[in-house]
Design a protein around this ligand. Sequence first.
Ligand code: XIL
Length: 375
Amino acid sequence: MKTKFIAFFLLVFLTFGFSNCVTPKKSGPAKQETIALKDIYKDYFPIGNILTGRYLMGDYVDILTTHFNIVTSENDMKPDSLASRLKPGEYNFGSADRLVDEALDYGMAVHGHTLVWFKQTPAWMTTGTPAQVRTNMVNYINAVLAHYKGRVLSWDVVNEAFNENINPGNQDLSWRTQLREDSPWFKALGADHIELAFRTARAADPDVVLYYNDYNLDNQRKAQVTANMIKEINDKYKAEGNKRNLIEVVGMQAHYGTATNASNVRASIEKFRDIGVKIAISELDVEMKSVGSGSFGAGRNSFTTDVEQRIQAITYAQLFNVFKEYKDHITHVIMWGIDDEFSWKSRGNPCLWDGELKPKQAFWAVVDPNKTLRL
Ligand code: XIL
């Protein structure tokens, strides 16, 4: 009887246990690489990508979990996803919860994106008297932070409050005059909505790290305006006896192009460092044509020449050398997409992997920036 039992267990082990030990679960492209970006950057900063249903399936999930240790949701944690579009006070946490919990199960940290933004927000939130809109904002932030307490490390509290560009002729760098006047939050509550959002978030969950996030922050005028806003709000908060900054991190979205100058990025990082806040590179991608030219690439996930690939790789290498140099001031670097085909800017082929999920020259540039620059 005893021998039969042993033979049975041996058979079960040989059939299932052993095969599980020796056969890799998947053999996607990422598995053929023996390197992982998160290991290469472990002494620098966490490195991340976007959290979206697509990237938790098939070969994507291999790439995501092999190379990245932090994620931020691309769309599922925006107000128009979490809050009911029609009914104030009703929330749809279901799909974001599934993504967040899966990311946490894989051992990745989750950065929340985003609470107060002029886009992707249900209209009811910003409609009504100033007192109503204020209550809507406070209720929303309280509900979301309470729901994700202990699961989400940090949040973009306010996203893109400033005008897109602050042009060279515009010497007015006082921050209140550079806010987007077409933002429904601004229309209802004026410039003070920013401080209100941060104070509400701090009170709702003091364990969460609070970020201001915006793009074109390699533009020195826009960086200066942003720094002015953050410094004023933080100085006021500290004058009340608080030890911590209210706005702790500035997220530089970093939707760049091959014409982006890494020395502008460096200058902005220094500007933010000098007012005593940390910096995140929060949504990095590098399009193959210059930002602002109006047309990017030949088409969705289109063929690109070796020279274009190389120029893009050089840009990535220059940027990562700057990020490494300022590692003590950088909380994380998050890329906005894995592959060119499903990037929000797929026409510009801005990612590290191509449409077939093959690592591009840009990938190798992130692996070893100096090697790319020496070639
Ligand atoms: C983008 C998403 O990638 C798209 O899928 C969506 O259609 C629009 O928003 N700045 C941000 C992000 O803060 O939320 C944006 O994400 C990209 C620009």
